[in-house]
Design a protein around this ligand. Structure first.
Ligand code: BES
Ligand code: MN
Ligand code: ZN
Length: 492
């Protein structure tokens, strides 16, 4: 998808033209221009079709007199004072374009009057939503072949009313990079676990690094053994697929700038191991590498944007399988930190791979580290599919992430990691147990991770509810790539 800025007048364009209407059939400047050119036909149509201008509604009008366009798509913008309405309107228009299989469109949109958002936000959002809505899953092993997905509009011209800005084009490019990052994350998530293995994740990240100029090294099980990552390795030991620790460094900033480290849970399939899961819906555990996918998607986006910042992506990739070599409940392992862990439930494996990655991150002297993980079913119970769970040992960092989530509309909700909860992880046979009982499941999981992220500002995002949707629309969402990109854009 190719985005550009246009300053042309809507009635002069021959292509597929999109104009907005506010609530109560109040026309935007572009809609008014078309209405006048068509001698009032546009408004007549709105009236006869009872199109009020509510956000989320759209109306296709063909062959309006006085205009060159074959089709004018009218989209409801609501009050123009609310960013959620704006997002809904943009999603609606791109869905319509997708249904119509249009290849070239021009969007006329007025400047939003909502607080906390500006022209930069609008421009980025249009491009990121457009790119992300046009996503289709196509099973292909080579995700980086550069082929554009079939049926998506290739040319999108955007006209924003109000004073033009010379950086509009840059913001379109940024939005498009975010959308592409989301789509890469979706592709990785949607791929079946027989293709998307830990080694596949390592390969794709390596290729991406070559394309987008960031350095990638992959630690093998032997390397991890040398580092003492007994916890991470206890998860992969039941699988034929060897674990991988993927270390990707994007260096857009100054050499001395401390990096932001993003850590992704990359369980390419989670059967639960010996503490095996129920079989119904188990296919969805191919999405248990959603955290890793979002880290890779974010790296790809920021390297395309060439952000002047240093970011390291760490992906702890493994497959959690039951077998004769798998970890047993009750086994005690020693993590890279030296802390011993009693594995009471092999299905609580995400924290086992992440804790060693968090200790490994210490060496990088992070300005902050954020881990992203489909960590607990309990998080889906508490926050559903709306917000990701946020946990942090640093109030400023938590606030920064929370704000970025609200701005990007990829929201999070903070939960506590008080000492009272950490106590639930006590073990008679090791420094800590890997589960804390039924109560407060997502909190005790976060408290477990907190024991390993003691040397730097750290936050944990539990995306178990937000990384994918189930049912008829089953598929990855690409979250929290928008949040992570917003967070990083705000750091420059
Ligand atoms: N990957 C799962 C968490 C999950 C479950 C995400 C369902 C999304 C939907 C994780 O590895 C897991 O199995 N967690 C256990 C932890 C428990 C054993 C303490 C869970 O949530 O049941
Ligand atoms: Mn599990
Ligand atoms: Zn899992």
């Amino acid at each position: 998808m190719n985005f550009s800025i246009t300053t042309k007048s809507p009635e002069t364009l021959g292509a597929y033209v999109i104009v907005g209407v506010f609530e109560n059939q109040k026309l935007t400047a572009a809609a008014d221009t078309i209405n006048q050119a068509s001698k009032g036909t546009l408004l007549q149509n709105l009236k006869s079709r009872k199109f009020s201008g509510k956000a989320g509604k759209a109306l296709e009008l063909t062959n309006l007199p006085g205009t060159k366009a074959k089709t004018v798509l009218v989209v409801g913008l609501g009050s123009n004072k609310c960013k959620v309405e704006f997002i809904r309107a943009i999603e609606t228009l791109f869905s319509k374009v997708r249904e119509a299989e249009e290849t070239a469109i021009t969007i006329f949109i007025p400047e939003l009057e909502a607080s906390g958002v500006d022209r930069t936000w609008m421009t980025r959002k249009i491009a990121s939503i457009g790119t992300s809505i046009s996503y289709r899953y196509e099973q292909r092993k080579n995700l980086l072949d550069g082929k554009s997905l079939s049926g998506t509009p290739t040319k999108v011209a955007v006209a924003i009313e109000g004073k033009g800005s010379s950086s509009d084009k840059t913001h379109l490019v940024e939005g498009s990079a975010i959308g592409k990052g989301m789509n890469l994350a979706k592709d990785l998530g949607n791929l079946p676990a027989n293709i998307c293995t830990p080694r596949f994740l390592a390969e794709i990240t390596t290729k991406l690094g070559k394309q987008n100029k960031f350095a990638v090294k992959c630690l093998s099980e032997a390397d991890m053994k040398k580092l003492g990552m007994g916890s991470l390795l206890s998860v992969s030991q039941g699988s034929k697929e060897p674990a991988q620790l993927i270390h990707a460094s994007y260096s857009g900033g100054k050499k001395k700038d401390a990096p932001i480290v993003l850590v992704g849970k990359g369980i390419t399939f989670d059967t639960g191991g010996i503490s095996i899961k129920a079989s119904s819906g188990m296919d969805e555990m191919k999405y248990d590498m959603g955290g890793a996918a979002s880290v890779i998607g974010t790296l790809s986006a920021i390297s395309e944007m060439k952000l002047p910042i240093n970011v390291v992506g760490l992906v702890a990739a493994a497959e959690n399988m039951p077998s004769g070599t798998a970890t047993r409940p009750g086994d005690v392992v020693t993590s890279m930190s030296g802390k011993t862990i009693e594995i009471l439930n092999t299905d609580a494996e995400g924290r086992l791979v992440l804790c060693d990655a968090l200790t490994y991150a210490e060496k990088l002297n992070p300005a902050a580290a954020i881990d992203v993980a489909t960590l607990t079913g309990a998080c889906v119970v508490s926050l559903g599919k709306v917000a990701s769970g946020l946990f942090s040992n640093n109030d400023d960092l938590a606030e920064e992430i929370s704000r970025a989530g609200t701005t990007a509309w990829d929201r999070v909700w903070r939960m506590p990691i008080w000492e009272d909860y950490t106590k639930l992880l006590s073990s008679n046979f090791a420094d800590l147990a890997n589960i804390g009982g039924r109560a407060a499941g997502s909190i005790t999981a976060a408290c477990f991770l907190a024991q390993f992220a003691t040397k730097y500002p750290w936050a944990h995002l539990d995306i178990a509810g937000t990384a994918w949707v189930s049912g008829k629309e089953k598929g990855s969402t690409g979250r929290p790539v928008p949040l992570l990109c917003e967070f990083l854009l705000n750091r420059i």
